[in-house]
Design a protein around this ligand. Structure first.
Ligand SMILES: [Zn+2]
Length: 504
């Protein structure tokens, strides 16, 4: 049997405001526990929350970037539950009348568009954090995170595979980073994701029940309604989301094939064992006894303000990717990587602009730049744990280096060495070439002398070559390169060797 997963995601994203959503405490990550708290975020009696305008602005910005409609009027609600990381015993969130709804994200892979609908984007406050490992046999609580502004982004169950969930999260993260409303750092908890998953027979295999069968077949067999869904939590990376969903899909398929029922519940992903384990039966909305927050006025947003925010949105990643493919004639794969962050895409475009028309043909140049960024540059950055903003290689310098290679001034192999130096020092390729005497030998007379010498030393190899052993030529080229410390122009060496062997 063939199955498909029905997946919906709920992501919580911390907004990068300087202060919390309802008080002026700092939101800075990594401070001494309980050093960034006040009566408001501790939920002491008699205090009143005051809405942070920037948090609202960022939430609107995110909702617009996700193609949502902004409600003219929305309200906050109290979500009641008891947990030691929640001092008020309720979280200020939104339930009925959320800030925005009805959006979508288009995930484009290989020219195919997959539309994931966004149910809603709403504002809420974060809870504190429990620390289980600091003191043996006890749990401590850090309330610095209480009241940090969050948006919750809920998708419709439009995702059909674990890989699809990974793709969606990748694009969601890059959108939110492009519009600069969140760091989206999963390790620091500024992006967290829960998933709802059920399985059913794949589209082609769904059974259309006859009259007698109606009622005997389960939802997962007929696809008339969604099957029983399970919520999966506690995933700390996109890879973990993918693995947890793959595991969960297999678990559910196995249960269904054995004739068991799936129970609606919340399960936790255990990263070390790579399995999900039952945590509790899933709570329903009524368990939270939502009611309108009496201490905050409804949010009524001026249409003009929304339009101003809309106009301030930058070109978003998928649009930029499409433009890169069209304007710079680079492959889909390259464009995806280069537009994965706004800074990297800016860097690439600055390199492209630095091309001097007389030097290199644009298409070859654009692809050359893409190759160098994707291999050498990103590798160096990763090794040194740096971001593109801290990179010392100026875009003009990378452009100059590509032109040097193209002109035959340096070989690709030399360029790699030179690039390491550029990365370390921020100097120009031509400067390094000059100082180190790295100029490629393209002088035929000079090279001819070296070639003659090598040929004289290797009569046996020449014989092999003449007998048809192609590899023998490669060996001779290698010898010339060795003699010249890799500075000989390999194309010229090849040509000279062939010419001289014929005439010897
Ligand atoms: Zn506070």
């Amino acid at each position: 049997m063939e199955y498909e997963a029905i997946i919906g995601l709920e992501s919580h994203v911390q907004l990068k405001t300087k202060s919390k959503i309802f008080c002026s405490c700092s939101t800075k990550f990594g401070a001494e526990p309980n050093s960034q708290v006040c009566p408001v975020c501790l939920g002491l009696p008699g205090v009143l929350p005051v809405m942070n305008r920037t948090a609202l602005e960022y939430a609107i910005k995110a909702a617009l970037a996700l193609n949502c409609k902004i409600a003219q009027k929305s309200i906050f609600a109290r979500k009641n539950y008891f947990y030691p990381d929640l001092p008020k015993s309720y979280q200020i969130s939104q339930y009925e009348q959320p800030l925005s709804s009805g959006g979508f994200v288009d995930v484009i892979t290989g020219g195919k568009v997959e539309r994931i609908r966004i149910t809603r984007v709403h504002l809420e406050e974060d809870a504190g954090k429990l620390l289980h490992e600091e003191v043996k046999d006890s749990t401590l609580v850090d309330l610095n995170r209480c009241g940090v502004p969050l948006i919750e982004i809920v998708t419709e169950p439009d995702i059909r595979s674990a890989k699809g969930a990974h793709r969606f999260l990748t694009i969601l993260k890059s959108i939110l980073q492009y519009i600069e409303v969140s760091e989206c750092n999963m390790e620091e908890g500024s992006l967290r994701c829960d998933a709802n998953i059920s399985v059913r027979l794949s589209d082609r295999q769904l059974i259309n029940p006859s009259k007698e069968e109606t009622g005997k077949l389960a939802n997962w067999q007929t696809g008339k309604q969604l099957g029983v869904k399970v919520e999966v939590k506690n995933m700390n990376s996109f890879k973990a989301v993918e693995k947890a969903l793959e595991y969960e899909m297999e678990r559910q398929i196995k249960a269904l094939e054995e004739g068991k029922r799936i129970i609606q519940e919340t399960r936790l992903w255990d990263e070390s064992k790579e399995i999900t384990v039952a945590m509790r039966s899933k709570e329903e909305a009524h368990d939270y006894r939502y009611f309108p927050e009496p201490d905050l006025v409804p949010i009524e947003i001026d249409r003009e303000w929304i339009e101003r925010i809309r106009e301030s949105l930058p070109e978003l990643p998928e649009a930029r990717k499409a433009r890169f493919i069209k304007d710079y004639k680079i492959p889909d794969y390259d464009a995806s990587i280069l537009t994965s962050s706004r800074e990297l895409a800016d860097y690439y475009e600055e390199c492209v602009k630095a091309r001097r028309k007389s030097q290199v043909a644009s298409r070859r140049f654009n692809k050359g730049i893409a190759n160098w960024i994707m291999s050498e540059l990103l590798r160096e950055l990763k090794e040194k744990n740096m971001g593109i903003k801290e990179c010392k290689v100026a875009p003009e310098h990378l452009a100059e280096m590509i032109a040097l290679i193209d002109k035959g001034g340096i070989s690709g192999k030399m360029a790699k060495e030179i690039f390491v130096e550029m990365f370390k020092t921020g100097r120009k390729a031509s400067q390094i070439v000059e100082e180190k005497g790295l100029v490629q030998i393209s002088d035929e007379e000079v090279l001819a002398k070296i070639v003659d010498k090598i040929l004289k030393e290797n009569p046996k190899v020449i014989e092999d070559y003449e007998k048809g052993k192609e590899k023998a030529l490669g060996y001779l080229v290698g010898q010339v390169m060795k003699k010249t410390n890799g500075t000989a122009n390999p194309r010229l060496v090849n040509k000279l060797l062939k010419k001289k062997i014929v005439f010897s």
